[in-house]
Design a protein around this ligand. Structure first.
Ligand SMILES: NC(=O)c1ccc[n+]([C@@H]2O[C@H](COP(=O)([O-])OP(=O)(O)OC[C@H]3O[C@@H](n4cnc5c(N)ncnc54)[C@H](OP(=O)(O)O)[C@@H]3O)[C@@H](O)[C@H]2O)c1
Length: 214
C-alpha cells in the first residue's frame, strides 16, 4: 500500500522503516525535507521510501499515520484535511504537555481524548488510535523474552480497523485488541501515562504491556 506518514520524528522514521521493510511504499511528510535524519532514512529504505511536504505525504497515502507533536496536531490537520477525506488515519499521538521541571501530563482526559479531537477535526476520515502505548524503538517486530506484548486500538469504523490490524500484523504485532469506538482513546492515552510512569520508576523505555489469560 501507499502509506503517508505526517511528521519526521522518531516514530515516523521507525514506522517508515518497518512498513517499507514489508513492501509498503512510504512517504514521510515534513516541513524540513533536508533534515540529516531523513537522508539516512532514505538510504535505508531505498526505493520504497520517499520524502515530501506534509500535503504531498497526505496525498500519497491510502493510509495516513499522524505522528506529530501534539501541540502541532491541529494546525497540521487543518492544512491537510482535504487530502485525508475518506482515508484511514492512524493516530499515534499522545496529547502531552511538557512543562519545565515537571513530568509530562495529558492535556485532555476523563471525558475527552486526543483521539476524539483528531476524529472531530477529520470528520470525513476514519481515525484509528493505535501504537501510542509503546516506544518507537519497539513499534516494529516487538520481541520480548517473556512473551508477546499487546497492542490495543480503537476507532469508529470497522473496516478502517481491519486495515489497521493488517498493518499491525505486517509490523509484527500478534496480540491486537479492539477496544471499541474512538472514545476508548481516553483509556489508551491514560495507559501511556502509566507507561511513562513505569519507565520513570524503572529507568528504561523499552517496556510494553501484555495481558495474561487462562
Ligand atoms: N517517541 C515515541 O517513542 C512515541 C511513542 C508513542 C507515541 N508517540 C507520539 O507520537 C507523536 C510523534 O512523536 P515523535 O517522538 O516521533 O516526535 P515529536 O518530536 O513529538 O514530533 C514529531 C513531529 O512533529 C512535528 N512538529 C513539531 N512541532 C511542529 C509545529 N510547530 N508545526 C508543525 N509540525 C510540528 C514535526 O514535523 P516536521 O517534520 O514538519 O518538523 C516533527 O517531525 C507524538 O505525539 C508522541 O507523543 C511517541
Amino acid at each position: 500500500m501507499n502509506i503517508g506518514i505526517i511528521g519526521s520524528g522518531d516514530v515516523a522514521l521507525s514506522l517508515g522503516k518497518g512498513l517499507a521493510a514489508t513492501g509498503h511504499h512510504v512517504m514521510i511528510g515534513t516541513r524540513n525535507q533536508d533534515k540529516k535524519e531523513l537522508t539516512a532514512w532514505k538510504k535505508h529504505v531505498k526505493k520504497l521510501g520517499s520524502i515530501g511536504s506534509t500535503t504531498e505525504a497526505a496525498s500519497h497515502g491510502e493510509i495516513i499515520i499522524l505522528a506529530v507533536a501534539w501541540h502541532a496536531a491541529e494546525d497540521v490537520l487543518q492544512q491537510i484535511r482535504p487530502e485525508l477525506a475518506g482515508k484511514v488515519v492512524i493516530d499515534v499521538t499522545n496529547p502531552l504537555v511538557f512543562r519545565e521541571d515537571e513530568p509530562p501530563a495529558l492535556s485532555v482526559g476523563f471525558n475527552m481524548s486526543g483521539g476524539e479531537i483528531v476524529q472531530q477535526s477529520l470528520a470525513d476520515s476514519h481515525v484509528v488510535k493505535a501504537l501510542n502505548t509503546i516506544s518507537h524503538t519497539k513499534m516494529v517486530q516487538p520481541e520480548y523474552k517473556e512473551g508477546m506484548p499487546v497492542m490495543f486500538y480503537c476507532g469508529n469504523n470497522v473496516s478502517a480497523k481491519k486495515e489497521v490490524v493488517q498493518l499491525l500484523r505486517d509490523l509484527g504485532w500478534k496480540d491486537v485488541v479492539d477496544l471499541g469506538d474512538i472514545t476508548k482513546s481516553r483509556l489508551l492515552e491514560q495507559l501511556t501515562m502509566l507507561w511513562i510512569e513505569y519507565g520513570a520508576v524503572r529507568g528504561g523505555w523499552d517496556h510494553a504491556f501484555s495481558v495474561l489469560n487462562q
